[in-house]
Design a protein around this ligand. Sequence first.
Ligand SMILES: Nc1ncnc2c1ncn2[C@@H]1O[C@H](COP(=O)(O)OP(=O)(O)O)[C@@H](O)[C@H]1O
Ligand code: SF4
Ligand SMILES: [Mg+2]
Length: 386
Amino acid sequence: MAGVKELAEGVGRAHPEPLNKSPEQVDVEMEKRKERIEQEIHTNKKRSGSLEIENNYTPVTYDDQYILMVNALKKYFPIKGGMVTKTIGWVKAVDGVTFNLRRGTTMGLVGESGCGKTTTGRAILRLGGEKSGGQVLFNGQEIYDLSPKEMRALRTKMQIIFQDPFSSLSPRLPVGEIIGEAVREHNLVPKSEFNDYIDKVMDDCGLQPFHKDRYPHEFSGGQRQRICIARALALNPEFVVCDEPVSALDVSIQAQIINLLKELQQKRSLTYLFISHDLSVVEHISDVVGVMYLGNLVEYGSTADIFRNPLHPYTKALFSAIPIPDPKAKMNRIVLEGSIPSPANPPSGCKFHTRCAQCMERCKVEAPKQIEVEKDHYVVCHLYDK
Ligand SMILES: Nc1ncnc2c1ncn2[C@@H]1O[C@H](COP(=O)(O)OP(=O)(O)O)[C@@H](O)[C@H]1O
Ligand code: SF4
Ligand SMILES: [Mg+2]
């Protein structure tokens, strides 16, 4: 087995044999070491399944009402191991996500921490290397087919706003420079109009243009997030991934930023993918909602349908934890047992079966398929199989 030979040789190089050993002794020890490593690789393979990434999907046909069509998208991260760096498994962070997003609308993406929301957002923007499978069509164009130059040109159209406005702003640049840097780089406005353009963007985002010579540390958390929004919008994007944009802010400021995002969406016909673990914020801003669990969408539908009639046991559990403002109202909270399993070794069948109170025998072995329970409201669960 070539891999084992390489590993064994690697071991030999890493730990030179003492000179007083006979060649036979060295051979015997080398043999034992090979066996041990072979065993290790076998166990790791068993643990993480096949190393081949399956990439079977039916390609989608472009429909121009959708700015974004995501089809069976996969993003796996390699797990390196053994004595030499070798891929021994995958972290299946995004494991076959499919949805279409209409122009000028907002899709909320919810789920527990670690379920793959950020990785989905980043993979859609082609940030962080190649995808592991599936399709991402932006205005009908597969973005992973673009050359680096073409991708760079498209970057202005697809932007991202991060959770932590402080660490994503360079502390050494004045705010006007932060907002205008990429505008200049992409030559978006003539030199003579540059200053007026930045003033206008700042004004649109609720920032005082005369503050453009100040530095990020001179602003509050809410204002810093406005700077990040201004920086993204200065490029005149069509689509923005908002990755937990208000999670680090005080509740009173959160509403202001959400309202600003909504206002800018109207003014500029923006489309958002709004990632959050806060369901009340998502309800407020989204037209459609996707619920994610361990790398997959388990439910997808209009915000009204999902909040009125949650179907998947995981969605029901998530929603049962939303605080009710009325202190007399009884909360029927569904407590999820255990924590989210590792995406490096997801459970067989339905990935949620280890935590599902309604788990049946077939759930442990058979992965459920997506079912349309009511118009445009989809769930991935055997309970809804006819
Ligand atoms: N660069 C990376 N390398 C390896 N694993 C990663 C990387 N980025 C994210 N992951 C893993 O992928 C899973 C999903 O992460 P993430 O997309 O950040 O989840 P969320 O945003 O929902 O909290 C997690 O288990 C995380 O540890
Ligand atoms: S398929 Fe089975 S285990 Fe999975 S959510 Fe539905 S009932 Fe629960
Ligand atoms: Mg995240």
